[in-house]
Every structure is written in C-alpha cells, then in structure tokens.
Write a protein that binds this ligand. Structure first.
Ligand code: NAP
Ligand code: F7E
Length: 336
C-alpha cells in the first residue's frame, strides 16, 4: 500500500459522486473516520436527500453537480482538489433502466466517461495526481458463462443498466491504459444495508416483514423468487473501494461473499427472524415485477481481492437480514 497525496497537513481529500446513495453515505463515514477531508457531488436544485447528508455527515462539503454536466464536475474537482475520486453516481435500479434506457446510458455509461475525462483534465501533466474509483457491477456478467464469476469472466449484460456499466468499466480500463491514470474498477456484487433504497428487493422484503410483524401491512408482493444473488453488507464493501485506491498499481477487483441465496431464501430468513416459519399466505407473486430479461444467478469469486487487498466480508447473510429487519422494525416504531 502506498501513502499518496497527503497535503502539508498530512490530510487527504476525497470527492464522491453519488454521496446521497447507500454506498456514498457509508464511504463518506469511512473516509471521515480515516481523517479525510470529504467532498460530495449533489445534483438537482432541491435534492430531498441534502438534509440527510448534512445531518448525518456535517463535516462533508457538498458541491452542486451532475454526471451529465461536465463543467459542473470540473468545478467540483477544482473546488475540492481531491487526491481520490470515487464515482458512485448512477441510475442504479435495474428494472427502471428498461423504462429509461437512454437516461440510464447518459448517467451510468456516459457519466462515467465524463467524470474520467474531467479527472484527466484536472490532473494536467501528472495523470496519477488523482486516483479514480469506478463503481462497476456484477450485473455486467448477466447471462453468466461460468460460476463463480471472477475478473476475467465474459461480460454478457442483460439490461440497459448492465450494458451501461460495461461501458463505464471498459472506459476506466481504457483511461488507465491510454493515459496511465490510477483508475481502478470494483466489480461489486449486490450489497445491502438498512440504507438500501426501498425499490431493491432486500429492502422491500425487510420493510414489508417489519410492517407485517407490527400488524401494519397484510402482504408482500414480489416478482421472481428464484433469482439468486451474492448479497453482502455495504459497510464491508466500501472498505474494499478504499483499499483499491491505496494500491501502488490500479486494477480491477471482484468484491463478493462467494455465497448465493435466492430471493425466496431472503424472504424465509426475514420472516424467520420475526418468528414466522410459514409465510406462504403472506407473499404473493405479481408478473408486474418480472423483468424483460432476468439475471438468474450471480455468485462472485473475490479471491484476488482477498490476496491483494487483504479484504474479506465480515457480515454474513443471516446477520445482514436480521440487521435490515431490525432496523425497519425500529424505524416503524419510531414513526420514521
Ligand atoms: P444508489 O443508492 O442508487 O445511489 C445512486 C447515487 O447516484 C445517488 O446518490 C444518486 O443521487 C446519484 N445519481 C443519480 N443520478 C445522478 C446524476 N445524473 N448525477 C450525479 N449523481 C447521480 O446506489 P448505491 O447502491 O449506493 O450504489 C453506488 C454505485 O455502485 C452505483 O454506481 C451502483 O450502480 C453501483 N453498484 C451498486 C451495487 C449494490 O449492490 N448496491 C452493486 C454494484 C454496483 P440522487 O440521490 O440525487 O438520486
Ligand atoms: O433485484 C428479483 C429481481 O432490484 C434482485 C443494484 O444495486 O445489484 C442491484 O441490482 C433480484 C432480481 O437488485 C422483486 O428480479 C423479485 O433478480 O434488488 P434488485 P439487482 O437487480 O440485482 C446490482 C449488483 C447492481 O449493480 C444494481 O445497481 O430480485 N426480484 N421480486 C425483485 N426485485 C425487485 N427490485 N423488486 C421485486 O419485487
């Protein structure tokens, strides 16, 4: 690991896009705890999550910007002058990406290129002045050709989101190879937490199970219960992002637990946590939640990250499910 960039006060600076998202919040907390000066890009004229960020992370400096607007990114870079840039901003909901494919491509694909180019221009004569992290995704593997998936597994994306992430991934590699930038790509498998957006299946389940447990909801309506995912805890995964940028050489890493569970397993674990063994009368399937093309099974091989970064997940599947259900019960009881 190399010490890089620390200014005269020995303090490093990071700029995060997507700071209002699940990972942005955990990453900002991690970097603040490590003594970083943390900056975030926030979009929109009245972003409803600004209050959340300012309350939770009062020491973070926010810059107005959008991944579709290069000059706003250049300004954020100029005003923060970071040692590390974490590009987490994206349209990240796979189901939505079919409904808004062009917008997904603008933000998730071209936005990554726009950020890379802004960083390259900011670096001037020294392409390694800023270290860059790209949030790549296991969705890129899509119609998987081998299991578990690793860094060299064929990419066969199945959604406009997955295709957009492939573009960002290859652009990151291309900027590394073309300009010698310290640009790394984390191929992260699904990671969840009590901060996960309610549109994603794990949080949809944990919120519904909490509400059913407290007698405030009657049923949970889902799509494909057979899809299998490698679910880890977001707090563990942001540590891997940071570790990637501490390496002397940039590279690509799969980050995963190596364990696959079905949506049905998640439902069983969540209901089991509140003492319900037979949930058959509480869950209904609705074709509305099926996707035009499904990714049936993802499971990652993170042995490179383990060997090179010394990274491994700390939170297991049952602990993750319990953490999410408990947090949603507490939130409902508190009236949040
Ligand atoms: P998330 O909660 O959906 O957060 C997405 C972030 O992107 C939000 O802060 C959002 O801001 C921002 N954003 C959206 N459009 C933008 C735009 N035009 N300009 C600038 N920012 C924009 O996602 P997450 O779960 O934290 O994931 C972080 C990153 O990792 C994403 O790139 C995601 O695709 C990728 N990823 C996630 C997982 C996972 O399992 N969580 C796995 C692999 C890869 P607003 O609040 O303003 O909407
Ligand atoms: O779906 C099935 C659905 O939306 C998981 C993003 O963070 O991880 C995430 O993408 C599975 C799919 O996540 C419902 O069909 C069943 O098979 O929670 P999800 P995702 O699509 O895996 C990757 C790694 C990312 O990079 C993405 O940004 O669950 N499923 N019933 C359902 N999914 C949802 N959302 N809602 C349902 O009712």
């Amino acid at each position: 690991m190399s010490e890089h960039g620390a200014g005269s006060e020995g303090r490093r600076t990071a700029l995060i896009t997507g700071i209002t998202g699940q990972d942005g919040l955990y990453l900002a907390e991690l970097l603040l705890a490590k003594g970083y000066d943390v900056h975030g890009v926030i979009r929109g004229q009245n972003n409803p999550k600004r209050d959340l960020v300012e309350t939770l992370l009062p020491d973070v400096t926010l810059h107005a910007g959008d991944l579709t607007d290069m000059s706003s990114l250049i300004r954020a870079l100029r005003d923060s002058d970071p040692d590390e840039v974490y590009n987490l901003g994206a349209v990240s909901f796979v189901a939505y990406s079919w409904e808004n494919a062009a917008h997904t491509a603008d933000v998730t694909a071209k936005g990554a290129l726009t950020m890379l180019e802004a960083v390259r221009l900011h670096c001037g004569d020294d392409p390694r002045r800023v270290r860059f992290y790209q949030a790549s995704s296991s969705e890129m593997f899509g119609k998987v050709e081998e299991s578990p998936q690793h860094e060299r597994t064929l990419l066969w994306p199945r959604s406009p989101y997955g295709v957009s992430k492939v573009f960002g991934h290859h652009m990151t590699i291309n900027y590394r190879e073309s300009y010698g930038m310290h640009a790394s790509s984390g191929i992260l498998f699904n990671h969840e937490s009590p901060r996960r957006g309610p549109e994603f299946v794990t949080r949809k389940i944990s919120q519904a199970v909490a509400a059913i447990h407290l007698g405030r909801q009657d049923e949970l309506v889902l799509g494909n219960l057979d899809a299998r995912r490698d679910w880890g805890f977001a707090g563990d995964y942001v540590e891997a992002m940071w570790l990637m940028l501490q390496q002397d050489e940039p590279d690509d890493y799969v980050i995963a637990t190596g364990e696959a569970h079905s949506v049905r397993d998640f439902v069983t674990a969540a209901f089991g946590h509140v003492g319900v063994d037979d949930w058959s009368g509480l869950v209904r399937q609705d074709p509305r939640f099926l996707r035009p093309a499904e990714v049936d099974r993802l499971v990652g091989d993170a042995s490179k990250a383990r060997a090179v970064l010394g990274w491994k997940p700390k939170v297991g599947f049952d602990e993750l499910v319990a953490m999410m259900v408990d947090a949603d019960i507490a939130a409902l009881k508190a009236g949040w």
